[in-house]
Design a binder for this molecule. Structure first.
Ligand SMILES: Nc1ncnc2c1ncn2[C@@H]1O[C@H](COP(=O)(O)OP(=O)(O)OP(=O)(O)O)[C@@H](O)[C@H]1O
Length: 424
């Protein structure tokens, strides 16, 4: 278990390296203070996977360094039931002049392992790292992938109660990454907890039990991974928006407020300028009847009725379908489809009809809707006027006449089986 309460960390920033020396010699302040973490509190139960997300510079690495003991917080309390290990900055605590074997000894001691524990684990660490004869060579002769192998092997064999999984893992080759993932899954199955820091939002939603969103060193949201990732996406839209009217994120939950009951909680953050209003969203079958359930493979129509409160010179309309894990199974928009919808005048009402084949596997899906203006690049917009997930639900039932399959979609396969005598 990890309980972090009101963690604060400030860094001194110097304009020039020589200012540090001047500060000591002249006993005058030559620095400014940068608040990297402010009042960060959270809890990770044993066996839980806790995701930490946020943009570059949000404070994720600083928090991990504090949890692993690499940095001390300025204030705040941390309670944990054992040690937290992970890769962090590769080679923290490694001596590049020493051999792999000597580094195992030194690094394991830094992690708090006793001499007898190190002796007992040494062969396991060496075998897992698969460095062959390089284990006797100085680390300066290693590639970054080889350093990562050694660092991971030590960290996972150091009997942590919590393991940090972050982007440093991606330094390893595909074979070793898979091996690491299996070791992490075994660790979790034995009741270990995991702090997972990633920019891969699908992985956060799939792997984590809870997630926390950091922004400028503060917690912006904490809760179910799907909600927190949605909040993060809304924040990114907010950032990319160029229009005169700012995007607001309609998500009133903050960590200091009591968590609302699930039924009271807004389904997903609604991001937008308020200049386009969603009047109605309905799902219809081939006969145009309003539905909430459909048979796989049947034609589906999604109708979004919108009202513009201002002129939109280059409007585009988007649609998204997500499965119950919040994974996008399909999303597109009129810009990405090469369409050029007509401009819209203030006060005008628009009906956007999407006709799709619902060739999805049996399950529950949610519908997302977006409206942007002035597209650029491969699918970005200068202005995000409306964007929200989970606005309607759709249940897909299996078509009894369709093939049986697993995965997300029926890709309508055709197959040929050719015997040797018939091969060219
Ligand atoms: N030793 C340091 N001295 C001064 N400032 C620092 C130091 N370490 C981090 N910072 C600053 O603290 C802020 C948070 O940095 P941190 O590395 O924790 O962010 P992050 O969320 O991990 O970002 P990224 O996703 O890019 O890894 C940044 O603005 C960074 O410049």
């Amino acid at each position: 278990m990890i309980r972090a309460e009101n963690i604060c960390k400030r860094f001194r920033l110097y304009r020039k390296p020589s200012d540090r020396l001047k500060e000591i010699l002249l006993r005058r302040s030559y620095h400014t203070l940068y608040q990297a973490l402010e009042e960060v509190s959270f809890q990770v139960a044993d066996g839980q996977t806790f995701g930490i997300i946020g943009q570059n510079g949000a404070g994720k690495s600083t928090l991990l360094k504090i949890l692993t003991g690499v940095l001390l917080p300025d204030s705040g309390q941390i309670q944990m039931s054992g040690r937290v290990t992970g890769l962090l900055e590769l080679g923290t605590g490694f001596n590049m002049e020493m051999s792999g074997l000597d580094n195992i000894r030194a690094n394991a001691m830094l992690l708090g392992m006793s001499a007898s524990q190190i002796a007992a684990r040494r062969d396991l660490i060496v075998d897992f790292a698969e460095l062959g004869e390089f284990i006797h060579e100085p680390l300066k002769t290693y590639s970054s992938g080889m350093v990562m192998r050694l660092a991971f092997s030590i960290a996972i064999h150091a009997d942590p109660s919590c393991f940090v999984v972050d982007e440093a893992l991606s330094v390893g080759d595909a074979y070793f990454q898979q091996k690491c993932m299996r070791a992490i899954q075994d660790f979790r199955a034995r009741g270990g907890s995991i702090l997972f820091v990633s920019h891969d939002m699908s992985a956060i939603k799939t792997l984590c039990d809870q997630a926390m969103l950091l922004e400028d060193g503060r917690i912006v949201d904490i809760g179910s991974p799907k909600d927190v990732v949605d909040h993060y996406h809304a924040m990114l839209l907010h950032r990319s928006h160029q229009g005169d009217v700012p995007v607001t994120i309609n998500r009133p939950v903050t960590p200091s407020e009591p968590e609302p009951q699930a039924s009271e909680r807004p389904a997903s953050p609604l991001a937008g300028t308020g200049e386009v209003e969603l009047v109605d969203l309905r799902l219809a079958d081939a006969q145009g009847r309003r539905i909430e359930q459909i048979t796989s493979e049947a034609p589906l129509t999604i109708v979004a009725e919108l009202r513009a409160r201002r002129d939109l010179e280059q409007p585009h309309y988007g649609i998204g379908i997500r499965n119950r894990f919040g994974h996008s199974v399909f999303e597109t928009n009129t810009y990405c489809m090469g369409e050029t919808p007509p401009s819209v005048a203030a006060g005008e009402r628009i009906r956007v009809e999407w006709r799709l084949a619902a060739n999805l596997i049996k399950g529950d899906y949610s519908i997302s809707v977006g409206v942007g203006n002035r597209p650029y690049g491969t699918g970005s917009f200068d202005e995000i006027l409306f964007f929200s997930h989970d606005l309607a639900m759709l249940t897909v039932e299996m078509d009894p006449d369709a093939i049986r399959y697993d995965g997300y979609f029926n890709m309508h396969p055709k197959v040929s089986v050719i015997h040797e005598e018939a091969m060219a």
